[in-house]
Design a protein around this ligand. Structure first.
Ligand code: CMP
Length: 135
């Protein structure tokens, strides 16, 4: 069934000039971009977006990274888009992600891994409301 998911193309991707490459992969898959905005995440939004991670040891440097410059937030829609996008993005650690995935092809880091994508229907609903309350 058609779903919607939230994707963040992270600050490392914009710094490296990879926004077009990454958007192109989603477009070529046949997904629809319903909304797209470039903005810099502030500390409050970071804490809300990553609520499940705020107490973890990796969170302070993650927050520093995610608020370090502009990112692209997008709403993608398509058939089973939540799982489809997770498969395109690949495993969290770019060193371990499979070749052919965005992280597997383009990232060599566990933190600066280019993309965030909602991992379930519940997280998609929560994250879409946070980033695109008007939709
Ligand atoms: P993301 O899919 O945005 O969800 C949480 C983010 O935290 C993850 O991508 C990585 O950027 C980061 N992350 C997760 N685990 C680790 C880790 N062990 N060390 C550093 N960063 C991590």
């Amino acid at each position: 069934a058609t779903e919607r998911t939230l994707v963040l193309v992270k600050p490392d991707a914009l710094r490296r000039g990879l926004l077009g490459e990454i958007l192109g992969r989603f477009e070529r898959k046949g997904l629809t971009i319903d909304a797209l905005v470039v903005r810099t995440m502030d500390a409050e939004l970071a804490d809300q977006h990553y609520a499940e991670h705020v107490d973890k040891a990796f969170y302070p440097p993650l927050k520093e990274f995610m608020t370090s410059g502009p990112l692209a937030a997008l709403v993608l829609s398509g058939d089973e888009v939540i799982a489809v996008v997770r498969a395109l993005v690949g495993a969290t650690d770019g060193r371990k992600a499979a070749a052919g995935t965005i992280r597997g092809d383009l990232s060599l880091s566990n933190r600066e891994n280019l993309v965030h994508a909602s991992d379930s229907p519940d997280s998609a609903k929560r994250e879409l409301a946070l980033w695109f309350p008007e939709l």
